[in-house]
Design a protein. Structure first.
Length: 266
């Protein structure tokens, strides 16, 4: 896989040049969700690193979509997506249980109207556990999670991409944001640094059946050299080194990130 993956960047550049951005509905719903007072101030403060308006526009998210977010974590994007999709669309939070359910419960306690329709399912879904049905999603999104599937001694990344492929409708879109490891680095760093090579992510998606449909540098950070003593967690918001060189890492900001758009062929 590594030898094949090295050929992918040149191909992907050609695809990006030929592939237009998805058709957009008026951006009022997205802009309103991002500007909503329902969002926590701490999350809003990170918009300058995560660029939610540009990222979700690049992924073509519309208020009428069924959107599955894989491993939503503490709900950073849930605060935006759930209210945006509440009236005309559908938001499904798919992640480890009970953590994902607890996150959604906290959002619902904050505002039952905005977050009351969120659906929670397990991902990955064990036997006998409800997961995302095949072919229901217009968009599947995952933010900074591929490296997590590379940990723990058993590589679950390919299984995750295969599952995301199944849950999408034909023509549906997968959006991936991930910490970026320079292509020249040893691929072994993917298993411990929190960074992934762009070619590796593309290879997982391609093997699952996806076609690369676009790249964006909206979440790029050229200050991040991806060689920190505690991996990506050296940088904000984690600051794993505590006060050691904190000002230095704060000046760098959050990680350099790839932003990739894939399509499930019709």
């Amino acid at each position: 896989m590594r030898r094949t993956a090295l050929l992918l960047p040149a191909l992907s550049v050609a695809l990006v040049a030929l592939s237009p951005a998805p058709a957009q509905e008026p951006r009022g719903a997205l802009a309103g969700a991002i500007a909503s007072p329902l969002r926590s101030p701490a999350n809003v403060a990170r918009d300058r690193y995560r660029h939610p308006a540009e990222t979700l526009a690049f992924f073509g998210v519309k208020p009428t979509d069924t959107v599955v977010e894989i491993w939503p974590g503490s709900g950073w994007y849930s605060e935006i997506l759930a209210p945006m999709l509440r009236e005309k669309g559908r938001y499904i939070a798919a992640g480890p249980l009970p953590r994902t359910a607890e996150m959604v419960t906290k959002l619902q306690a904050r505002d039952a109207t905005a977050f009351g329709k969120v659906q929670v399912v397990a991902f990955p879904a064990a036997a006998g556990t409800a997961g995302v049905p095949d072919g229901v999603a217009d968009k599947v999104l995952t933010f900074r999670n591929v490296h997590n599937w590379r940990f723990g001694g058993t590589d679950q990344a390919q299984a995750a991409f295969n599952a995301m492929f199944r849950m999408l409708k034909p023509g549906g879109l997968l959006g991936v944001v991930e910490h970026r490891l320079p292509e020249a680095r040893d691929a072994a760093a993917e298993e411990k640094s929190g960074y992934m090579k762009e070619s590796s992510v593309i290879a997982f998606a391609t093997k699952a059946g996806f076609k690369l449909a676009g790249k964006s540098n909206v979440n790029a950070n050229p200050k991040d050299t991806a060689d920190w003593p505690q991996g990506v967690w050296t940088l904000p918001p984690t600051y794993r080194l505590g006060d050691t060189d904190r000002a230095k890492y704060a000046a760098i900001g959050e990680s350099d990130r790839m932003t990739l758009r894939f399509v499930k062929p019709k």
